[in-house]
Design a protein around this ligand. Structure first.
Ligand code: COA
Length: 203
């Protein structure tokens, strides 16, 4: 197994991380993808948590990233601050070698040490349960629209981290700002890749 370094991103690597993100998500959920634009705008957003976010480096190359941001749960007037992440992605040529798991476990430990109580995400329901994530109905937490589904998951970072917490989950507005028109414009900065309509895409 190669030497995998998990560390904070340097500003001189922003483009490299975004291009890796583009390759990881391209044509995965829809023709093309918006995630490299999300990475770009997230770093400038007040909700971005740079001290938790990490890149994975192998042989001097950025091969993965996980980016965290502030989120919260509202129960009437009661607000509980928590965190979320996204994107988490690995260069397609480096997937299934444990790098995604390393990024996740490393940053969950840092978040635990920094006193964050829980993480809630929208993600692959087949992937995250192996790291302890459970569907959010287990915690009496719904989406902001009052919904629950398998891809909406959470994990307590300390035992009882979500005790007494219930309500609706809100993530940063940056996720709403990440629309396809702006992403398509930003994508012109990157090497061209063909958009394809493929089976299994959501849109
Ligand atoms: C999902 C992703 C981050 C996992 O990273 P990785 O480094 O490839 O994963 P790891 O090597 O740590 O774990 C590999 C295991 O996860 C499984 N796995 C990987 N991607 C999966 C997915 N999308 N759904 C279900 N299982 C998945 C593999 O089958 C493997 O299982 P095994 O150990 O039983 O063989 C990576 O594949 C990726 O970037 N995918 C494209 C972008 C994406 O979907 N990101 C997540 C958005 S929620």
């Amino acid at each position: 197994m190669e030497n995998i370094i998990i560390r904070e991103e340097r500003e001189c690597e922003w483009f490299e991380t975004e291009y890796m993100t583009k390759r990881a998500f391209w044509n995965l959920h829809m023709p093309g993808c918006n995630e490299h634009y999300l990475v770009h705008i997230l770093r400038y957003n007040n909700d971005y948590i740079s001290e938790l976010s990490r890149v994975a480096e192998v042989d001097g190359k950025i091969v993965g990233t996980i980016m965290y941001s502030k989120a919260y749960v509202m129960d009437g007037e009661n607000r509980t601050d928590i965190i979320t992440f996204g994107p988490l992605c690995i260069d397609p040529e480096y997937q299934k070698r444990g790098i995604g798991g390393k990024l996740l476990e490393n940053t969950m430990q840092v978040a635990r040490e920094q006193g964050y109580r829980a993480i809630i995400i929208f993600g692959e329901p087949e992937y995250y349960p192996r790291y302890g994530f459970k569907p959010c109905d287990h915690f009496n937490i719904t989406t902001k629209d009052g919904k629950n589904f398998d891809a909406f998951m959470g994990i307590e970072l300390a035992p009882g981290g979500l005790d007494g917490v219930k309500g609706k989950f809100y993530e940063s507005n940056v996720f709403d700002d990440c629309n396809s028109d702006k992403a398509d414009e930003y994508d012109k900065e990157f090497p061209y890749m063909e958009k394809l309509k493929l089976p299994g895409q959501w849109a």
